[in-house]
Design a binder for this molecule. Sequence first.
Ligand code: C5P
Length: 315
Amino acid sequence: MTLTRLDVVPDREVRVRAPGKVNLSLRVGPRRRDGYHPLSTVFQAVSVHEDVVATPSTDFRLTVSGPQSELVPTDGTNLAVRAARALAARAGIDEGVHLHLHKGVPVAGGMAGGSADAAAALVACDALWHTGLSRDDLLELAADLGSDVPFSLTGHTAVGSGRGDLLTPVLARGEFHWAFAVQDRGLSTAAVYARFDELAGDDARDPDPQDDLALMQALLAGDATALGAALHNDLQPAALTLDPALAEPLEVAEDAGALGAVVSGSGPTVAALARSRQHALVLAAAFTAAGVADAVLTAVGPVAGTRVVSGADQA
Ligand code: C5P
């Protein structure tokens, strides 16, 4: 029998890419009644990515590859699976999906890798199932899944308020170059916030944390030196008491001439701002030579949010 072109119908497949992030500034207020903390944070999406492939399936299945993939749960607790299920329920879809995640963002590293997976799953399944939901619907689902998931969708540079899920775009010029010191041991976000609460009584916290003017000006001017000086993270002392060895990559970055270095989000990844792409490689090499990181990454920011790479138009 001769096969014609029409006999060979490829499986539907949607490929999506979602970025990790670094918090350029993270200001945290006292714990709210619901257990969350009010934030004023400036997110920047960076060119460290999660690549997700979604294919039709009768059930919800997850496979994972890439660095640290053995640390990722593949059952229903995985945020990407929860995202796919939430989207199916919201859109009345009676199908499953096989999601394959290729990890590029450190696991439990403070760079929103799990949030990127959730954002990627939302965008991939939305394209696969043609749900017809609006961007705002997806953002709402994203916020329900986790505080950082809306930013993973939108990318670029943005101020996050509320618990980090209410976003306002920020005008940023130019490109910034980063080196990251990655650890195999993760830090639990909830544990870091709990330590933050222990370190100072609620009275000492500003209930309405404000944006950082110097940081905004540095972004507007595309001034990496000023940005380096303005990097700030209220969670850093808490992360350092839970993992004192994090002082080492911070020191190495400073000694190697970083424009600034900060624990990324709730850690333990340390982000160092470089003068150039070349200098980012120098910083990464300094982390490796000093033995203060299990892995190193270099990246540029800001980059776009979660986007379909291929397969959106197949039905
Ligand atoms: O929203 P997400 O599930 O990512 O948050 C994980 C944990 O981090 C929360 O359970 C909470 O303990 C803490 N958190 C917080 N305040 C925020 C964001 C997260 O206390 N604004």
